[in-house]
Design a protein around this ligand. Structure first.
Ligand code: ADP
Ligand code: MG
Ligand code: MG
Length: 484
């Protein structure tokens, strides 16, 4: 441990249970650090799973992640513009065959949208690039790049405010003194993501007072409060109203003008300027054909989409794998400095296809699986296959389907014991690992990038004994950083 590694307050467990936990629960409920429990009933255990303290994170590595965000935004916007002789379309059409249940369906939908006509050239990307800290060289390494349903920007700000309050008001000590003698940073994501949505609305050709933003949400979403924080900021800071619609209700709650393709919210007659997807990233979000038709109606409407189908597809894990090939990356980035910065955030990712590299990967997946994670083209946690489970899994499916997966080197962050996790009324003292997310947004059309901004950060932590880290999925918790 480096000598400047921050110390952990030594409170006894009675003090934590009797004083600190009620502080956290009450602060969480008052300030919206909340998530529905699985039975959807609110009580004092409803605050989102959180750490008791902020987690130490090297400043240099944190700054590294923040400093590449705009380059990543630009890269994914450029790919989504589908230039270079339709590079993205070509890659996705190949991938579609190996994942007919989801990538294939979205690809078909995109092609139908093109046939019907795409009426809105503007697109908004609201992205989150996720990293784990490689403990060998203290560089952050990218886990994945999310282009749809980017969550926890609201709660991240809340948990930073919680930790800052607990420290600055002396709750981490028995004497009422400040424990961490430094500023606890608070992510500005709750405001900056609202700003991102507002930029799209302001560029939309209609008076902002007469339009609304439609949040497309999951039926039974537990992470409602995270989303509502963004909605409240959108209204408070920019005077922009929002409505919440499930993908199942789009045909009941909206109507498209067949001539202008403008999209209206039926209840109030207001025009929808921006459709912000917080759902639609998983096959289970689409329950029947009507839901797919609803997605198509939104895609062909004049409303701006965040994201449109191509931008969503650009976030496929297969695309992330292909971009680790320097020759491909160079097609999209010509500045050497940016290229080097992006490359230093990659770990090795292999295809599992019939290319030379793919053949090599098929061998190492069988001989040294303990170094890898196998990923399908899915989002939202709980889909990956880890280490020793990889060979058995691959053997259980036909080899021609392996191309739908990528094989990624495991990143090995150092667990810390300098924290505790509060989930419901339970405190757990296990070592934790943290994943840093950096938010960004980018507004673009086929030829131009209009706005490209960094939009705050997120730290999620999980017990080091579990492979996955989804908070809503019950594997992890929200956290904040103590930079050193
Ligand atoms: P999803 O889109 O479902 O969130 P991820 O690629 O983020 O998929 O993988 C889910 C989780 O698996 C991550 O949050 C992380 O905890 C773990 N994970 C993924 N890739 C790696 C990796 N290369 N090394 C270590 N852990 C990983
Ligand atoms: Mg993801
Ligand atoms: Mg993830």
């Amino acid at each position: 441990m480096p000598s400047n590694y921050p110390l952990f307050p030594s409170l006894d467990s009675d003090k934590i249970r009797n004083d600190l936990v009620p502080e956290i629960l009450q602060w969480g409920l008052v300030n919206g650090l909340v998530m529905y429990p699985s039975n959807h009933k609110l009580d004092s255990t409803s605050i989102a799973p959180t750490t008791v303290y902020p987690t130490p994170f090297p400043k240099k590595s944190f700054d590294q992640a923040v400093s590449v965000q705009k380059a990543y935004n630009r890269l994914y916007a450029t790919i989504s513009q589908d230039g270079h002789d339709h590079w993205l379309s070509r890659e996705i059409s190949k991938l579609a065959k190996f994942d007919p249940d989801f990538t294939g369906k979205l690809w078909d939908l995109y092609q139908r949208a093109v046939t019907e006509g795409i009426s809105q050239p503007l697109a908004l990307g609201v992205f989150r690039s996720d990293y784990l800290l490689d403990n060998q060289d203290l560089e952050v390494k990218q886990v994945e790049f999310n282009t749809v349903s980017v969550s926890f920007g609201g709660l991240s700000t809340k948990v930073g405010e919680l930790h800052k309050f607990l420290n600055d008001s002396g709750k981490y000590t028995t004497t009422g003194d400040v424990f961490y003698n430094q500023v606890i940073p608070v992510s500005e994501s709750a405001e900056l993501l609202a700003k991102g949505l507002s930029e799209a609305v302001l560029k939309f050709p209609a008076a902002k007072d007469h339009t609304v933003v439609a949040f497309i949400v999951q039926d039974g979403e537990r992470n409602v409060f995270d989303q509502r924080i963004i909605e409240y900021n959108l209204f408070k800071l920019y005077g922009i109203k929002s409505v919440r619609i499930t993908i199942h209700d789009v045909h009941l709650k909206t109507v498209v003008d067949s001539k202008t393709k403008r999209l209206y919210y039926l209840e109030t007659g207001e025009e929808i300027s921006l459709v912000y997807f917080r759902a639609g990233y998983s096959p289970s979000d689409f329950k029947n054909e009507q839901d797919w038709e609803n997605r198509l109606a939104l895609e062909t409407s004049f409303a701006i989409k965040a994201p449109n189908i191509l931008t969503q597809l650009a976030g496929a894990k297969k695309i992330q794998q292909i971009l680790t090939d320097e020759a491909v990356l160079k097609e999209f980035i010509n500045d050497e400095d940016t290229l080097d910065k992006l490359k230093s955030s990659f770990v090795k990712i292999y295809p599992l296809d019939d290319t030379e590299l793919g053949k090599e990967a098929k061998k190492i997946a069988m001989t040294s699986p303990e170094k890898f994670v196998l990923k399908p083209q899915r989002e939202g946690g709980g889909n990956n296959i880890y280490k020793e489970a990889i060979p058995g899994f691959l053997k259980s499916i036909p080899e021609e389907d392996w191309s739908g997966y990528i094989l990624m080197e495991l990143i090995k962050p150092e667990p810390t014991t300098q924290n505790m996790v509060l989930r419901g009324n339970c405190i757990s003292n296990e070592p934790i690992l943290s994943e840093l997310g950096v938010f960004g947004y980018v507004l673009f059309d086929n030829s131009t990038i209009y706005t490209n901004e960094y939009a705050g950060w997120l730290l999620r932590s999980k017990s080091s004994s579990s492979d996955e880290g989804g908070v809503a999925a019950g594997f992890g918790c929200v956290d904040s950083v103590l930079l050193y």
